[in-house]
Design a protein around this ligand. Structure first.
Ligand SMILES: [Zn+2]
Length: 70
């Protein structure tokens, strides 16, 4: 993993493993039984494959736009 990759992280909301099937609040989570965890490349790929085609195209558009600004 490059230094650049380490700086650019994406987080997803996930079920809190401490609170799972118990009281939905602990030191780690937000009181709703969810926590933010770093998204894996596999997870990002899975997410991208499940969203609407329109949204995916929109994301691709923004990606190209960002690249153009470098
Ligand atoms: Zn929790």
């Amino acid at each position: 993993m490059s230094e650049s990759d380490k700086q650019h992280k994406l987080f997803i909301k996930s079920m809190c493993m401490v609170c799972l099937n118990k009281v939905m609040s602990c030191y780690y989570c937000n009181g709703m039984g969810t926590v933010f965890v770093e998204a894996s490349d596999k997870g990002i790929g899975r997410w991208l494959s499940k969203i609407d085609e329109e949204r995916r195209e929109d994301i691709m558009y923004h990606m190209e736009d960002e690249k153009g600004q470098e």
